[in-house]
Design a protein around this ligand. Structure first.
Ligand SMILES: [Zn+2]
Length: 236
């Protein structure tokens, strides 16, 4: 998904919960739970990569993470898994589900979204690390019933900081920020518990591959550690 924050289609949601949805706050509602921050006040963040596996960028991202000793969460789409099975090694990381088709759920009923998630899950090899089972909708568009379905099986994960949005919004019109400024744009926004959305499977991947080592090193320098939902019993 590409980031403008977490949005839930509002059908069936009462007004009392509307504000929580719109601000994208950590939202622990009995009916639909979206986790958009880690449950910690320590300097711990989660790196999450959407839309892979992508042979252009995923191997390079995995290499950076290995070199830096960092575990991350990869939200894969079933269609891409089917196209590149066996080409990537996610051992030591967590693989989450990002539907099969990457269809925008805005026009879909929950039943169709869930079917797309189920098809995506079936495409993921059983040997890949998928516990706890994590779900995230393309573009962040999700029906409350889909979130409830995901929550019964595992956890629906949103995000609180988006790399793509930061480098897009702070870039000169029609241009791209230089490497150092892209890194600074992201790192300056990070606070404890953030779930950081990045993409190893979209056109910004070429910038990400360049920026990721510096992002990780700068966060480490500021005292940050890196986690996945598997590190938190309350998210399992
Ligand atoms: Zn996506």
């Amino acid at each position: 998904m590409r980031g403008r924050g977490n949005r839930v289609l509002l059908l069936g949601i009462g007004a009392a919960t509307l504000a929580a949805v719109l601000v994208g706050a950590p939202w622990l509602d009995a009916r639909a739970r979206i986790v958009s921050r880690l449950p910690t006040t320590e300097r711990v963040v989660a790196l999450t990569f959407d839309d892979g596996p992508d042979p252009r960028y995923t191997p390079a991202v995995l290499e950076v993470l290995r070199d830096e000793g960092v575990a991350a969460t990869f939200f894969v789409t079933g269609a891409r898994v089917a196209a590149c099975a066996g080409a990537v090694d996610y051992r030591g990381h967590l693989v989450g589900f990002h539907t099969y088709s990457h269809r925008d759920g805005r026009g879909s009923r929950a039943r169709a979204q869930i079917a797309d998630f189920e098809r995506g899950e079936e495409a993921v090899p059983a040997t890949w690390p998928t516990h706890p089972r994590c779900y995230r909708s393309p573009f962040g568009h999700v029906r409350p019933a889909t979130v409830r379905w995901a929550d019964r099986r595992g956890v629906y994960l949103g995000w609180s900081v988006c790399y793509d949005a930061l480098i897009r919004d702070s870039a000169p019109k029609g241009g791209v920020l230089p490497h150092r400024e892209r890194v600074a744009a992201l790192v300056s926004r990070v606070s404890p518990g953030d779930i950081i959305l990045l993409h190893d499977g979209n056109a910004n991947g070429r910038y990400l591959v360049e920026d990721l080592p510096a992002i990780i090193r700068e966060l480490k320098r500021r005292g940050y550690r890196f986690a996945t939902p598997a590190d938190f019993p309350e998210l399992r």
